[in-house]
Design a protein around this ligand. Structure first.
Ligand SMILES: C[S@@+](CC[C@H](N)C(=O)[O-])C[C@H]1O[C@@H](n2cnc3c(N)ncnc32)[C@H](O)[C@@H]1O
Length: 275
């Protein structure tokens, strides 16, 4: 039998090899959500609720999602909590898909994900009109913030060009980053530096929400139309290393809330930055 060699892509391959349509279909389509649980759609609404109930409104105005890819669920989850949402990613095709969502040109439907989020919030959306209203609220927040290119390996993270209006915020009340750093980094030192870069975007006392794959070295980024899966590397992480890295970079461990399901291989953290 001939052995087929499977290609595994690396962090440097994202721009050319990551297919955002395939990623959305594989993880966030109705079929994907019927077949499996997506923990981010539970963790983010839960953290959104905690922030809404404990942080005064004037201190929860802005949220930036670093490495959102083509996803908009952070804006949906925080639609009643903040006023401005910035969605960012490294890959141009993902930024185009985010723009397409903002201007309602996308064929991808977030409807099932919206139902999952609403259910976590204890809501039961009765009809299409209610689903559309949720999505519209999230769109408005992204309209108020924006869609930007980001590279976690650069000190300022955001890569701004002069043709584009710059963010109205210089630092953010909340930074979200889900499954990005372990995709973007090849070494633990690189991870610590990239985490530090993200934390520098948060105002003193603001929050980091970090979602991470634990103890895994490869993930499937989705299936192409002809049925090929594209695999990418993940940096092998454990919770202890992540917590230590947050501690070393100015986060206040006494405020940390974490949420992990060990047999799911993911962990979510919410933690405040030292004031
Ligand atoms: C597994 S996806 C996660 C997407 C999304 N956050 C989610 O929860 O489904 C990893 C994302 O990290 C992004 N990424 C890779 N390298 C990056 C870098 N250097 N800076 C910022 N984002 C990067 C990829 O483009 C991709 O969208």
């Amino acid at each position: 039998m001939s052995e087929q060699k499977v290609k595994i892509f690396k962090p440097k391959d994202y721009e050319t090899e990551f297919n955002p349509e395939a990623y959305l279909q594989f993880y966030y389509s109705s079929k994907a959500l019927d077949d499996g649980t997506r923990l981010s759609l539970f963790a983010l609404p839960m953290f959104a609720y905690l922030i809404q109930t404990k942080v005064p409104e004037n201190l929860r105005q802005s949220l930036i999602d670093i490495g959102a890819g083509p996803t908009v669920y952070s804006a949906i989850s925080f639609r009643d909590v903040v006023k401005r949402v910035y969605l960012t990613d490294y890959v141009e095709k993902s930024l185009t898909m985010l723009d397409d969502w903002l201007y309602q040109r996308t064929p991808f439907s977030w409807e099932r994900a919206i139902h999952v989020i609403a259910r976590t919030e204890g809501l039961h959306l009765k009809n299409d009109k209610e689903v559309i209203a949720v999505e519209e609220k999230a769109r408005k927040l992204v309209e108020n913030g924006g869609i930007f290119k980001a590279d976690v390996h650069t000190e300022n993270v955001l890569i701004l060009n002069d043709q584009q209006q710059h963010p109205v915020d210089k630092t953010y009340d909340i930074a979200v980053s889900v499954f990005c750093l372990e995709s973007a980094c090849s070494t633990h030192d690189e991870y610590k530096q990239a985490l530090k870069n993200i934390i520098s975007l948060i105002r003193p006392g603001g929050y980091l929400i970090l979602g991470s794959v634990i103890d895994d070295v490869i993930y499937n980024s989705g299936m192409s139309l002809v049925g090929d899966s594209k695999l990418f590397t993940l940096l092998d992480l454990d919770e202890e290393f992540i917590v230590k890295s947050m501690d070393e970079n100015g986060m206040d461990l006494t405020t940390m809330k974490s949420y992990s399901l060990n047999n799911d291989g993911v962990a979510f953290f919410m933690i405040a930055k030292n004031s």
